[in-house]
Design a binder for this molecule. Structure first.
Ligand code: ZN
Ligand code: MG
Length: 323
């Protein structure tokens, strides 16, 4: 589970604003991830997504390939080869850099039409996010939704809940979903809960859930944006943790791709759940981000390490027979 742009201060602010409480307190192990990319101390979401998804440090803007344009296989693709069911649930467009890192191979993260066509040819069992326009309103006039005849596309959360098809696509919005504070629906926690129900039937599963817009709140230097997105993410993490506790054989990892906004918690009132914060930059920073882990193999995620090691550690869990 990736909180895009979610640094320690975002978690701290979210915790203090929520009766001094976050579900992250229930995780077993905590580590720190070094987020720099191959060519920049401050990464973007493409290079950091690629690092975590495929284990390769690459250039900013680059998705799923190394500096020599060589394709890099993602943990999602490796899981699929090992007969896992796989899913992606995000609150940005499904072709945005973070989710794209798990299925696409492109020199530029902004080549959305190409990323969409790569998703259409991929074998992802379930995906949820915005960005339908990149599939059916394209410059090349292709209609990927028609080409993806093995998928059932649902129009709303009711349909999503009731659908039992093998392959499911759910476009929540035609382009970018709005911020939570402006009414984005359905909630990430409901989507996480339902997606786990679908993916966990009969087979092992790999799922990446992204709270995509914590980053946009940081970049906008908007504390209310950060807090509302984090609050929803916290609830989504709780759903995953509930499942993992009941299941007993599920590894849950929560981290971020980088910090956004250079956020500091500078004051507030714990009893009144009030937080004052200041931002230092309108972009990302190079500060290390925390990694929280729970379940089998969670001890692997202790310590301080490069973000690429998140891939290596997940791979060890899969190879170790986590089913
Ligand atoms: Zn990011
Ligand atoms: Mg993202």
């Amino acid at each position: 589970m990736i909180g895009d742009g979610m640094g320690l201060s975002h978690i701290s602010a979210g915790m203090y604003a929520n009766n001094n409480s976050t579900i992250l307190e229930q995780f077993e192990y905590i580590g720190l991830s070094k987020t720099h990319s191959l060519n920049s101390l401050v990464t973007d979401s493409a290079a950091s997504g690629t690092a975590m998804a495929t284990g390769v440090k690459t250039l900013n803007r680059t998705v799923g390939i190394d500096e020599n344009n060589k394709n890099s296989k993602s943990i999602l693709e490796i899981c699929k080869e090992n007969d896992y069911r796989v899913g992606l649930i995000v609150t940005s467009e499904i072709v945005h850099a973070t989710p794209a890192s798990f299925y696409a191979k492109v020199p530029s993260r902004y080549d959305y039409e190409n990323i969409a066509s790569q998703l259409s040819e991929h074998d992802i069992d379930l995906f949820v996010g915005g960005g339908k326009n990149h599939f059916n309103k394209r410059k090349d006039k292709r209609n990927l939704l028609e080409e993806m005849s093995d998928y059932t596309f649902v129009k709303n959360f009711e349909e999503f809940k009731n659908i039992t098809s093998e392959k499911i696509g759910y476009f929540t919005y035609p382009s970018d979903p709005p911020p939570k504070e402006f009414g984005r629906k359905p909630s990430l926690d409901d989507l996480t809960e339902e997606s786990i129900k679908k993916l966990s039937q009969n087979k092992p599963f790999f799922m990446m859930v992204e709270s995509s817009q914590i980053d946009w709140g940081g970049e906008d230097n908007s504390l209310s944006y950060v807090l509302s997105e984090f609050k929803e993410f916290d609830l989504a993490i709780a759903k995953a943790l509930d499942f993992a506790k009941a299941d007993g054989n599920t590894l849950v990892i929560v981290t971020a791709d980088h910090e956004s906004g250079g956020l500091s918690v500078v004051g507030g009132n714990v009893k009144k759940s009030r937080v004052r914060a200041s931002f230092s930059i309108g972009g990302h920073t190079g500060t290390m981000v925390p990694v929280f882990s729970f379940g089998p193999y969670s001890d692997l995620f202790r310590g301080i390490y490069e973000n690429t090691l998140i891939f290596d550690k997940m791979l060890s869990a899969v190879k170790g027979g986590l089913k």
